[in-house]
Design a protein around this ligand. Structure first.
Ligand SMILES: Nc1ncnc2c1ncn2[C@@H]1O[C@H](COP(=O)(O)OP(=O)(O)OP(=O)(O)O)[C@@H](O)[C@H]1O
Ligand SMILES: O=P(O)(O)OC[C@H]1O[C@H](OP(=O)(O)OP(=O)(O)O)[C@H](O)[C@@H]1O
Ligand SMILES: [Mg+2]
Length: 297
């Protein structure tokens, strides 16, 4: 099946850590995705000229670099590992998506306080990310042997394949279950939206931009809250400074309460209970924090 050139093509992971959140993000951007059974390798947006290609995450950078897919969603770890092996960067990273957060870490069977990077000299380290690890070691002048494994890297020390490993960690549960401790950070990652650097024709480029604007809106909305509160006028500057990530709040006089105003603002960073306590201490009252359903910046 050759791709339909009247539609955009977005590559996402078929099944794995990024698949569900990639689909949720697109649904949040208003796309109605056609059902795809377990064996389907493509899905269609019914209300937007976009086809989804459901693939192994390792293949996503290649598809986007070659322009087979104009867009993709992939972890920065996979993207950077791919890019390190290419003479030119044919992929543009457009947007961090706030999910799939993990770190590529060196781990081993010893405790972190016994460890110093120098202990890696002459050792074997098993990883699925030989280029990222290779760069890390080279930059630090460490001469170690990198052993490439496709998966189950955590088993390497037990099997005697390598003394250390370098693999993705988020909660640390997998390391712990295998008697390993994280010893050094190699690369921090999250899922990103990527776009080909190959020319996209005019109508397509417009569609890609429209989709990007929607996705930016979804990301911004996820953290953002709408805050409304009452404040003594003379403490307005102090209260505005506490509102996280808010630009130019709207200030409205309160009928029947001279010297007091109502303040409304979009906070683009997380609003914690501590924030509310600080606002109250600064004289704010009747503080409401509301979710924002949609936002276009
Ligand atoms: N424990 C984790 N927590 C959060 N994100 C993770 C975690 N592990 C991996 N990721 C991110 O999700 C991506 C996909 O991980 P997954 O384990 O599903 O990949 P995979 O086994 O290589 O899948 P595929 O079959 O598509 O090749 C990783 O490249 C990384 O960016
Ligand atoms: O620190 P943790 O929260 O335990 O996560 C780390 C694990 O997650 C990833 O594997 P995944 O579970 O996606 O399976 P895979 O190895 O089959 O890709 C990664 O390769 C680690 O093994
Ligand atoms: Mg993979």
């Amino acid at each position: 099946m050759s791709p339909d050139r009247n539609r955009l093509h977005l590559a996402i992971q078929k099944s794995g850590r990024l698949s569900e959140q990639s689909r949720d993000l697109l649904k949040g951007a208003g796309l109605k995705l056609s059902q795809s059974g377990k064996n389907h390798l493509a899905a269609r947006a019914e209300n937007f000229p976009l086809d989804l290609m459901l693939v192994r995450d390792d293949d996503i950078p290649t598809f986007v670099a070659d322009g087979v897919c104009e867009l993709g969603i992939v972890g920065q770890n996979v993207l950077e590992e791919y890019a390190l092996g290419q003479p030119e960067r044919r992929i543009e990273e457009l947007l961090r998506l706030g999910f799939g957060r993990c770190s590529l870490r060196i781990a081993g069977p010893e405790s972190a306080d016994e460890f110093a990077l120098d202990r890696l000299q002459g050792q074997r380290i098993a990883t699925s990310y030989p280029r990222l690890l290779g760069r890390f070691l080279e930059q630090r002048g460490i001469d170690a042997e990198v052993v490439t494994m496709r998966g189950a890297v955590e088993l390497a020390p037990r099997l005697g394949i390598a003394g250390y490993i370098c693999d993705l960690v988020s909660t640390g549960a997998t390391l712990e279950a295998n008697g390993l401790t994280a010893l050094a950070d190699v690369f921090d990652s999250e899922a990103v939206l990527i776009r080909t650097r190959r020319p996209i024709d005019g109508a397509h480029a417009e569609k890609a931009d429209a989709l990007l604007t929607r996705i930016e809106g979804v990301i911004a909305t996820a953290e953002s809250k709408y805050i409304v509160l009452n404040a003594p006028e003379e403490r307005l500057a102090e209260i505005s400074a506490i509102l996280p990530g808010a630009e130019a709040p709207t200030v409205v006089p309160l009928i029947g309460r001279p010297g007091h105003v109502a303040v409304q603002a979009v906070c683009q960073e997380s609003v914690f209970w501590e924030t509310l306590e600080r606002l109250k201490a600064a004289g704010a009252s009747a503080i409401l924090v509301m979710p924002i359903e949609k936002m276009m910046l």
